[in-house]
Write a protein that binds this ligand. Structure first.
Ligand code: NZQ
Ligand code: ZN
Length: 384
């Protein structure tokens, strides 16, 4: 196992009714900016629950944060925070609202000329506004990590940022808030969490049985609980609770400690969203099978372990077992309702050329040297 520092200070308030406890976790007298998305929280009662819990606070609202949150939108909130002396941010929504609010938290105190440099130049973040979150969509893990992903609409760029100052002070995870999710977003959550695990697990062996078995447990949970959530019109509390916790655990840092993480699938996927607006999870389901197929020799040892422990594949040659594991992975994504080919989303060779050039200019893809910028075209072409 490799050396690591593990730090995760996020207090998790998990379970039904937990929104009512919000007031215990926000400093008395705080001036709060409550951020949210396109209005789902007003339809499903979450907005009212938050307002009831925070009757004694001064609250300003900022709605309209879009999926794949836009820098341009978020800068309007940055101005509000600066002008109104806001000292606590409360995102209520999915990963986009949480990520967008982490950006607001960092940008408010940014002293450089252009806040976009936090993304484009990885400019240092020395100070951030405190935030606590209410999560309504189980998928990204943003509720228990210190990162985010922001899109600049003007240039079609989608980039990640992060800093330990951006860990939420707390996150409320009430599985009942997910009852109003459309099937498409439940599917997205299952697949995003699945690929988060794969990015950290399906790389190279470093003798890390704890991380490996945690990861395999999360994958098996998503395979078991995901389809149950989609099969019923009436949400089941235990099912939603298990999905929510699995998604949080998939990207709160724990399973990635001491192991070799990749993130190439995410990096390529972000470009598909930036140029074509394809849902984040869908891009991952498109890219991952192509990436695994390309790396089936290099990552063979982990692929065989995955085949056996997650998919019970024990017969056949090594090549056959690896191929079957990749096929089972793609079939799982399809079984929860995702179209896994670029052609299904009207993406063709011209777009592959543009994306490939972007990586060649950038000079890297993920965190491991086994996926080079020059490989992106081949990976995407295999998914046409
Ligand atoms: O905007 P509203 O009206 O709230 O509707 C949202 C949105 O349309 C809706 N929704 C959320 N909760 C709901 C609900 N609808 C009904 N009932 C509810 N309870 O769902 C739609 C999608 O929301 P969004 O927040 O965009 O989805 P998700 O949580 O999947 O977040 C995706 C974003 O997170 C980033 C992605 O790149 C993407 O921008 N990621 C963030 C990560 C992180 N911070 O660690 C890691 C991930 O890999 C990912 O990249
Ligand atoms: Zn993701």
């Amino acid at each position: 196992m490799e050396n690591f520092d593990f730090y995760n200070p996020v207090k998790i308030l998990f379970g039904k009714g937990k929104i009512a406890e919000l007031g215990k976790h926000i400093p008395k007298g705080a001036k709060i900016l409550m951020t949210y998305g396109g209005g789902s929280i007003k339809k499903n009662g979450v907005y009212d629950q938050v307002m009831d819990a925070l009757k004694d606070y001064s609250i300003t609202e900022f709605g309209g944060i879009e999926p794949n949150p836009h820098f341009e939108t978020l800068m309007k909130a940055v101005e509000i925070v600066r002008n109104e002396g806001i000292d606590f941010l409360l995102p209520v929504g999915g990963g986009s609202v949480l990520d967008g609010t982490k950006f607001i938290a960092a940008a408010v105190h940014y002293e450089g000329d252009d806040e976009w440099d936090i993304l484009a130049k990885r400019a240092e973040i020395n100070k951030a506004v405190d935030l606590g979150a209410v999560l309504t969509l189980a998928a990204t893990g943003s509720e228990m990590n210190s990162g985010g992903v922001i899109t600049k609409a003007a240039t079609q760029e989608k980039l990640a940022f992060g800093n330990p100052l951006l860990f939420p002070k707390f996150s409320v995870l009430d599985p009942e808030t997910t009852y109003s999710l459309p099937m498409r977003q439940i599917t997205n959550g299952i697949v995003d969490a699945y690929v988060h695990v794969m990015e950290q697990y399906l790389t190279y062996p470093v003798n890390s049985p704890v991380q490996d078995r945690f990861s395999e447990g999360l994958l098996l949970t998503l395979i078991e609980e995901g389809p149950k959530a989609l099969a019923t019109e009436t949400p089941d509390y235990e099912n939603r609770a298990n999905l929510m916790w699995a998604a949080t655990m998939a990207l709160n840092g724990l399973i990635g400690m001491g192991v070799k993480s990749d993130w190439a699938t995410h990096m390529i996927g972000h470009e598909l969203t930036a140029f074509h607006g394809i849902d984040h999870a869908v891009t991952l389901a498109i890219v991952l099978p192509g990436l695994l197929n390309k790396l089936k020799e290099e990552r063979g040892e982990k692929l065989l372990q995955y085949a056996e422990r997650v998919w019970n594949i024990t017969e056949g040659t090594e090549e056959e077992r690896k191929m079957l594991a990749i096929q089972k992975t793609e079939e799982f994504f399809q079984s929860v309702g995702i179209a896994t080919r670029l052609g299904d989303h009207s993406v063709g060779q011209d777009s592959i050329d543009t994306i490939s050039k972007r990586f060649i200019d950038r000079g890297y893809v993920g965190m491991l040297p086994d996926v080079a910028a020059a490989d992106v075209a081949e990976i995407l072409e295999s998914r046409l």
